[in-house]
Ligand binder design. Structure first.
Ligand code: NAP
Length: 312
């Protein structure tokens, strides 16, 4: 690693973190992005990104974030693959312990995003990776022309069911209520798709199999009546939960998302939050990139004030 001290350290290299990196580096701050997985976050799982303004025709999510990474690095941001194990604030500096050693900065951006929630039903853990999946783009091709169950009624479930319907005509989407939560256009695409059967008022009770998924036990949420359905692949899209393990000390909303003001400032001075981890009404790539740009602007103002005041 070249440096141990940066103006601005960003944890998370999804659209929020990479946008912040690009804006901050372009404004002449020294910037390090730390990512413990593959650069790109959840955007990597998008088969067809069709609603990012100006990106037309649609591109796949991996290509989109790859060009964001190149752009951030072109402006001078560094990217480190490592895991942050703790965050401390000593005086005006943030001190991070990572698997690659100690790093510090004037300002810190938490852009660690959110991860898929799980159903928590019997068989789910046992068959994870053996028929149960949370990523259609990654695992869908294993289920070509097979029976596929999609669970959930939001944008993710509907988008992913639409993608899976290009791989198999035997897609069933089950949702616990009587109407889809997804945006109208996204929901209508599912409801009119001849390869997708939608079963409302239906909940998964158990996933069964021997060495891989063979069937699923479904229950009618109105009557409690259960039935078993032969199944090969189960894709769960039942919401997200924020990745806040590193910042449990910050103020959160009732769902566990980090509360910021409109400058992306958290309850700790110099610590900012952006993207899906943040409490906000609408989680999209376009809102994540906007958060990232705003956080970089706010952090830049904060850092310049600190630099004028503090001894380095
Ligand atoms: P979401 O909007 O929170 O939807 C989760 C769905 O799972 C809901 O339909 C919910 O049912 C259902 N659910 C939750 N817990 C369940 C359980 N235990 N059993 C069965 N069903 C359960 O989550 P998401 O679809 O992952 O989307 C997350 C965010 O990303 C949203 O803000 C979304 O707009 C955004 N997103 C946007 C796009 C796009 O613009 N194309 C694509 C993907 C995601 P209820 O409806 O009954 O609550």
């Amino acid at each position: 690693m070249e440096n141990a001290f940066y103006d601005f350290i960003i944890i998370g290299a999804g659209p929020a973190g990479l946008s912040a990196a690009q804006y901050a580096a372009r404004s002449n701050l020294s910037v390090l992005v730390i990512e413990n997985g593959t650069t790109g976050g959840q955007a990597l799982n998008i088969n067809k990104l069709e609603n990012y303004p100006g990106v037309y025709p649609a591109v796949d999510g991996a290509a989109f974030v790859e060009s964001m990474r190149e752009q951030a690095q072109e402006f001078g941001a560094s990217i480190l693959r490592s895991t942050v194990t703790s965050i401390d604030k000593i005086g005006q500096k943030f001190v991070l312990e990572t698997e690659s050693g100690r790093l510090s900065s004037w300002a810190l951006l938490i852009a660690t995003g959110a991860e898929h929630s799980r159903l928590g039903v019997p068989g789910e853990d046992k068959f994870a990776g053996r028929g149960v999946s949370w990523c259609a783009t990654c695992d869908g091709p294993f289920f070509k022309n097979k029976r596929i169950l999609v669970v959930g009624g939001g944008d993710s479930a509907c988008d992913e069911a639409t993608y899976l319907s290009t791989l198999s005509p035997y897609v069933t989407l089950v949702h616990r209520r009587g109407s889809l939560r997804a945006q109208k256009a996204v929901a209508e695409r599912v409801l009119s798709n001849k390869n997708i059967t939608v079963q409302f008022f239906t909940q998964v009770k158990e996933i069964k199999g021997v060495s891989k998924v063979d069937s699923v036990v479904l229950a009618d949420t109105r009557t409690g009546e259960t039935r078993e359905m032969q199944m090969d692949g189960i894709f769960e899209f039942v919401g997200m939960k924020p990745r806040t393990e590193l910042v449990e000390m910050l103020r959160k909303d009732d769902k566990g998302y980090i509360i910021t003001n409109y400058n992306m400032e958290t309850s700790i001075k110099g610590m900012f939050c952006a993207g899906d981890i943040r409490a906000k009404p609408f989680r999209q790539i376009v809102t994540a990139t906007a958060d990232g740009a705003t956080a970089a602007y706010s952090a830049g103002q904060y850092i310049r004030t600190i630099k004028n005041e503090a001894y380095v």
